[in-house]
Design a protein around this ligand. Structure first.
Ligand SMILES: [Zn+2]
Length: 182
């Protein structure tokens, strides 16, 4: 199954771990996910992530998941998760560099570190920003009993991570149960 994309990047990352399995099990899975997230995550280009990069991203994912699920439960997030997200950002700190080109000065944010470190740092930053934003109050988990995916509904009546993935499936199951005993 393809990863669910299009939510906040922090949620897209957490949602790569579904109830059925891990959609970032290999470095190639990460490469495919980065293609799906092109323009939103990573530097673009034709960088091929390796196992070390995968480990860094998965570590940020686990910390983000622990952070968001604790906050959703009204609990204080685990210190280790918070530390992990800070540490990932420190490995690739960002500097806003003034770039003079032609007659125009632009402010360009540049991260230190290799591509994998920059990716993990950007994801960790996105997670902390989301957790500290007003959006957090609207964070929901899919209502399908066997689904753990997270989303922020654009419409308050949205109940499923996606209609195709869970909405239809739950409706079909309900229909089946209703008619089974007749
Ligand atoms: Zn779902």
């Amino acid at each position: 199954m393809d990863p669910l994309t299009g939510e906040h990047v922090a949620l897209d990352l957490v949602n790569t771990r579904t109830a059925d399995g891990d959609l970032l099990a290999t470095a190639d899975d990460l490469r495919v996910w980065l293609e799906l997230e092109a323009g939103r995550v990573g530097d673009g280009g034709d960088w091929i992530p390796g196992d070390g990069d995968l480990a860094a991203v998965r570590s940020v994912r686990e910390d983000t998941s622990a952070l968001l699920r604790a906050l959703r439960a009204g609990k204080r997030p685990p210190v280790a998760a918070l530390d992990g997200l800070v540490e990932a950002q420190r490995r690739a700190p960002a500097t806003t560099v003034p770039v003079w080109e032609g007659d125009v000065l632009s402010a360009v944010r540049v991260r230190a570190g290799g591509p994998g470190e920059r990716l993990a740092a950007a994801l960790a930053e996105a997670a902390v920003e989301f957790a500290g934003s007003a959006e957090l109050a609207r964070l929901r988990e899919c209502e399908a009993g066997d689904c753990v995916l997270l989303f922020v509904p654009a419409h308050p009546r949205r109940r499923w991570c996606s209609p195709a993935r869970c909405g239809n499936r739950v409706r079909v199951a309900r229909h089946y149960h209703r008619h089974k005993d007749v």
